[in-house]
Design a protein around this ligand. Structure first.
Ligand code: TRP
Ligand code: SF4
Length: 403
């Protein structure tokens, strides 16, 4: 049920190491497309990284700068998207604290990643307060920008669901100001006679028929009203829906399309499988890794025929090669017409070609860290301005105006 900033997109990434081609083909390409279409906020989730890497702060400070360079090199455009660092917008932490007052512990214990990650990362002690609160901190990240769309992978959908539940509970408790209906009607009248009538008609239709279309139209109508104060906008939105004020709109998960990028062993590319090619890996290392990656084990000798379906190299061809090359692989492999090194060459060429401009742009940013710092400073300032506005309102409805 998001509305204000429905078009606003927000996503974060934990700085726990260098990015690799899996990130490029999954998350980053998606972000780069979104930035043309929506108002986008992308941030380095360094507090989130600390929840699991609190004993390893070195990796966080190093990776934080590295991943911003990676984003920029891959094509995230600071002219279109706001890039910032979570810990430099301390308002997230205050909202996290305030939300914690109304969040039942059981909601957090029930989030599937809580137990999953504890089991998976056995070598770490994750029985901490911070780790339990991980998804609530994430909820604060999102709600503080009133973001409507949150691009995430499948594993994060439960976290967005928690953010929705927390927002709903928040609005339910704090959106019920005294004289709500009178205030909402007064707000409608401020739009002028004609607009007020339009609004009341849409509301009536929605309340009587429950038509989602009427709700959608009502929201779009309110979005077009430039001169409304934030408070009035929230009242009119809540009044339209039949609840109280919508102070923190519910976000939606925007599922990131699954990347087909395989790792060197044919499994999903992931640092924990040790099968990655990093985004700016040197050409020598990339060539070496690909030349030595495993192939169909049936092809012991050059004359043995193989089956691409049993070979991780084929998965690379599926990502990087056109139809002609793919047919050449299929035939040549099955009738032992080509050798495996020969087969790998077009992949090697394609990966190097993809990386060359990224590596080059990354180098430019690395040579000029002031520019990167400037981009981050601007982004933090921009983000903070919005976060402060939300927080002011949250403080007020939670009885913290005596400052
Ligand atoms: N938890 C996310 C991950 O591990 C990172 C993250 C933190 C995030 N805060 C966020 C993603 C807010 C989207 C929105 O990938
Ligand atoms: Fe794999 Fe290509 Fe060798 Fe066939 S020829 S086994 S597809 S590397």
């Amino acid at each position: 049920m998001s509305f204000i900033g429905e078009k606003r997109v927000l996503s974060g990434m934990r700085p726990t190491g260098q990015l690799h081609l899996g990130h490029l083909h999954g998350v980053l390409k998606n972000w780069i497309n979104l930035q043309h279409e929506f108002e986008c906020f992308f941030f380095v989730a360094d507090w989130h990284a600390l929840t699991t890497h609190y004993e390893d702060p070195g990796i966080i400070s190093q990776s934080a700068m590295d991943i911003v360079v990676d984003w920029l090199a891959a094509g995230v455009n600071p002219g279109e998207a706001t890039i910032f660092v979570q810990s430099r917008v301390p308002e997230h932490a205050e909202l996290h604290l305030l939300l914690s007052m109304l969040t039942p512990i059981s909601w957090l214990e029930r989030v599937p990643t809580y137990k999953d990650q504890q089991d998976k990362l056995k070598e770490k002690d994750l029985s901490t307060y911070g780790f339990l609160g991980y998804p609530l901190l994430q909820a604060a990240d999102i709600l503080i920008y009133r973001a409507g769309n949150v691009p995430v992978g499948e594993d994060q959908v439960a976290h967005i669901e928690l953010a929705r539940e927390v927002a709903r509970r928040f609005n339910y408790i704090y959106g019920r100001e005294t004289g709500f209906e009178e205030k909402a009607e007064a707000a409608a009248r401020k739009m002028g006679k004609k607009n007020a009538k339009l609004y009341f008609d849409l509301r009536k239709t929605y309340q009587e028929t429950g038509e989602p279309d009427a709700l959608q139209k009502g929201r779009a109508f309110l979005e077009g009203m430039q001169n409304l104060s934030l408070g009035d906008r929230e009242r009119l939105l809540g009044y339209l829906e039949g609840g109280g004020k919508v102070i923190l709109p519910e976000p939606q998960a925007l599922l990131t399309p699954e990347s087909k990028m395989p790792g060197l062993d044919g499994e999903k590319m992931s640092k924990s499988y040790d099968n990655v090619i990093s985004l700016r890996e040197s050409p020598e290392s990339v060539t070496q890794k690909l030349r030595t990656m495993p192939t169909d084990p049936a092809r012991v000798r050059r004359n043995d025929p193989g089956d691409p379906n049993k070979c991780p190299v084929w998965k690379f061809h599926r990502v990087y090669s056109d139809q002609d090359v793919q047919s050449w692989v299929q035939e040549g492999c099955r009738n032992a017409g080509i050798g495996c090194l020969e087969c790998k060459q077009p992949v090697i060429d394609a990966v190097l070609k993809e990386q060359a401009p990224i590596r080059e742009r990354a180098q430019e940013f690395l040579n000029d860290p002031e520019t990167v710092r400037g981009i981050i400073d601007d982004g933090c300032e921009m983000a903070r301005g919005i976060a402060r506005e939300t927080l002011d309102e949250v403080r007020e409805v939670m009885g913290l105006r005596h400052r």
